[in-house]
Design a protein around this ligand. Sequence first.
Ligand code: MLT
Length: 200
Amino acid sequence: MKHIFNKGKDTTKPTLLLLHGTGGNELDLLPLAGRIDDTASVLSVRGNVLENGMPRFFRRLAEGVFDEEDLIFRTKELNEFLNEAAEKYNFDRDNIMAIGYSNGANIAASLLFHYEDALRGAILHHPMVPRRGIELPDLSGKSLFIAAGTNDPMCPPEEADELQSLLEKAKADVKLHWENKGHRLTAEEVEAAAQWYRSL
Ligand code: MLT
């Protein structure tokens, strides 16, 4: 997958895996990584799917309606890419913290839904429930931060609540943070995520 890897000063820190929103690319979230931990290594990936020229991490059939078969395929593809990248760049495969926005948060959530060991933790900005009706792996020991909007038209508040509850049932530790700026990724929620990260 197309990506950027920047080795951090402190290789004991989690590798920050950046996953952009629809129409974004691997450059978009680089400033966020610096706000969360400027000593950590960063792996920023571009989604492999194009929707009218806009990069995404998996196909959708309509806004908010995911192509499940493609979601499962792309989740596996990303998980395998993480295995390869950890070998190539020599970082700890068991210490990856995803930071995703919107479509990128959804594929990060999908990694958690399908693979017990894909991520050590995640910061999910405006995620949705990636799939319903499946049993999640045991997510004990995973630290997750969700930022959601009380008035987000794309990812409604009930969906953020449902995601939190599904992840908690799988034994993850989940902090849910609310904003009221629609689907926007706000400076305030990034600061809240940074505070949460420092408290781990
Ligand atoms: C998705 O398709 O993943 C969500 O609708 C959010 C987005 O548009 O990126």
